[in-house]
Write a new protein. Sequence first.
Length: 216
Amino acid sequence: MQEHDIDFDAILSRYRADPYDYREVRTSHTGRLRCKVRKGDEVAGPSGKFHHIPGTLLYELERERNLKRINSFINGQVDMVRTDLEGSFVEAGEHVLTIRHPLKKREIVEYILRQVLTPYSAPEKAKYYFSMDLQSRIDKYGQRSVSIKPGDEVLTMSLMKRDTPVYYDGEPGIIHSVYFKPGVSVEQGEPLFGICPEDRLPLIEKIITRVKAEWE
């Protein structure tokens, strides 16, 4: 990817025109739905020093007289609510509302980087950890000073109480951005980290600098 392959103005204009991320909220399991927010309501994510204070209550699910309360995981405004599902028995994974989350400069940089870095995606829904050797190198030299190549053992995939090594099969490069948290389940196909070939680093840094300079 060369500099002329990226339309900086178009990318920045897109985020200036609509500086939001639209997060779908889906049911975690089956149950009778009771929404607790309306379209236009402001919601807050977890707060407190250790994020121990739950976010705004979004909806409740009742199943076999057990009540499950679902709270917001981000700040934002309710953009859409499935009022047609109110009081109905819904299946797991049902899209019940959408939150419009205002993006900060840091988040916009991350979103743009996802467009220009080469993603390495989760082969299965599982929990992931960097391999011991790779984590040791990251701790010693820093994430963006560690390069990987095809055949390297890069991850440990933890699935059904069984750990399996994951060997890298993408293009050689530096681990520029990491999108997963160790021990937190990642959906199949979701990006785990973004790779940047060493000769592309100056371009990536230019993108970051320009976004920071031009975004108000």
